[in-house]
Design a protein around this ligand. Structure first.
Ligand SMILES: Cc1ncc(COP(=O)(O)O)c(C=O)c1O
Length: 411
């Protein structure tokens, strides 16, 4: 077989939009880490728990029974009914399972569908950053223009309406938010969300709300955007099973939206995906029906680890705000004088701990690193010890412990 495609004149170019997509900044570090021995990874954004057994068993049983065909394009009606019940019970938001809920192959596909359903070429989408790495590419691939909006640690990564107003144009079509946030862990406050809804109403915008971490909210209640006054008609909610039920590999998520929007998403889905995997949908159904106690137990464990890792960073002199949700700590590494990439790279080579540089997540991420605490507590402890050794080897970082000792000596 002749594999020589070195002559560029033989071929027309690939899609310019696709060819110009940057490679995820996360990938590079995983590639380096995978070549090294004895690495503790705080890099991966997925639960370290296996999917609860009852959920796995439901999928096995469905395969044994030969339930291996496509489902309706929208997904299994029993699953859509459970999703609808869940929205009603937790957030008092009523989605019609027949017309307003679509089962997707993960929130990742939901993002792609919603971008393609809403955007014409050149339409702009306001995206508060730092944010999940897929948001901008999904918008670009749909022909849209992502418009980053910087949020900062000083402001607890809340989105200010002034910053949205500064970037809105007649081409703006939507605001895309993820909360609790990957990578910052910030849970947006009700007031912030109400202001975003008000802003969207004033400018006639859609709100795409990725709430995949809704069940991993540790201090207080998650606020579902669609439940806020005036939000329902313009909001597309994306959610899924990957994080809450430790089901990343099953590839099941869902989109909830008013019927006209959902119908358009469903048409795209029906041509490009047909339906989400059937065993995965059976598993998701079991997760919703009998997975609650596991979801609660896993969330409680993440909360314990969150406190451990945040305390650890602050004690070694790296300011780390307390994340309200998800499973990421986003400490500031500014005190070290290193850039995010330098910090991550030097830490990996010197102490074999993998973290993700904050600049991979867009504006506001430089000066931070993302550390996932979906990692066993004993490994988090070891990783913290190694990070502390690394930080101690750098000049200029003053520890909270040292400060405490100094002030104790003063009295
Ligand atoms: C904010 C956010 N949205 C969506 C996804 C993708 O989720 P899924 O596995 O449902 O495609 C992730 C995964 O890390 C995420 O962090």
């Amino acid at each position: 077989m002749n594999k020589d495609n070195s002559n560029p004149q033989t071929f027309k170019g690939l899609s310019k939009t696709a060819a110009e997509l940057p490679q995820s900044g996360i990938r590079r570090f995983f590639d380096i880490a995978s070549q090294m021995k004895n690495v503790i990874s705080l890099g991966v954004g997925e639960p370290d728990f296996p999917t609860p057994w009852t959920v796995r068993e439901a999928a096995i049983y469905s395969i044994e029974k030969g339930q291996t065909t496509y489902t309706s394009n929208l997904g299994l009606i029993e699953l859509r009914r459970e999703i609808s019940k869940h929205g009603m019970k937790r957030y008092q938001v009523e989605y019609n399972p027949e017309t307003e809920i679509l089962v997707t192959t993960g929130v990742a596909q939901g993002l792609d569908l919603v971008a393609r359903a809403l955007l014409d070429p050149g339409d702009e989408v306001l995206i508060p950053e730092p944010c999940f790495v897929s948001y901008k590419p999904c918008v670009s691939l749909a022909g849209g223009v992502p418009v980053p909006i910087e949020t900062t640690c000083e402001n607890n990564f809340q989105v200010s309406v002034e910053s949205l107003e500064a970037k809105v144009t007649p081409r703006t079509k939507a605001v895309l938010i993820g909360h609790p946030s990957n990578p910052t862990g910030a849970a947006l406050q009700r007031k912030t969300l109400e202001e975003i809804v008000d802003f969207a109403c004033r400018h006639g915008l859609y709100i795409i709300s990725d709430e995949i971490y809704d069940r991993l909210t540790y201090d207080g209640e998650h606020v579902m955007v669609a439940s806020l006054p005036n939000a329902f008609d313009r909001t597309i909610t994306l959610n899924g099973f990957s994080k809450t039920y430790a089901m990343t590999g099953w590839r099941i998520g869902y989109a909830c939206a008013p019927a006209n929007i959902l119908h358009t998403m469903m048409k795209i889905h029906s041509y490009t995906m047909l339906s989400a995997p059937t065993p995965g949908q059976k598993a998701a159904l079991e997760a919703m029906r009998r997975g609650e106690k596991y979801a609660i137990a896993m969330a409680a464990e993440y909360k314990r680890r969150r406190n451990l890792i945040v305390d650890g960073f602050n004690a070694m002199g790296l300011d780390c705000p307390m994340p309200g949700g998800a499973f990421y700590a986003f400490p500031s590494i500014r005190a070290t004088g290193l850039s995010s990439e330098q910090f991550a790279e030097q830490l990996l080579y010197s102490q074999q701990v993998a973290v993700v540089p904050g600049n991979a997540f867009g504006l506001g991420g430089e000066g931070h690193v993302r550390c996932s605490y979906a990692t066993d507590a004993s490994l988090i402890k070891k990783a913290l010890e190694r990070i502390e050794l690394f930080v101690d080897s750098l000049p200029g970082v003053s520890k909270k412990n040292d400060l405490r000792e100094t002030s104790d000596q003063l009295v």
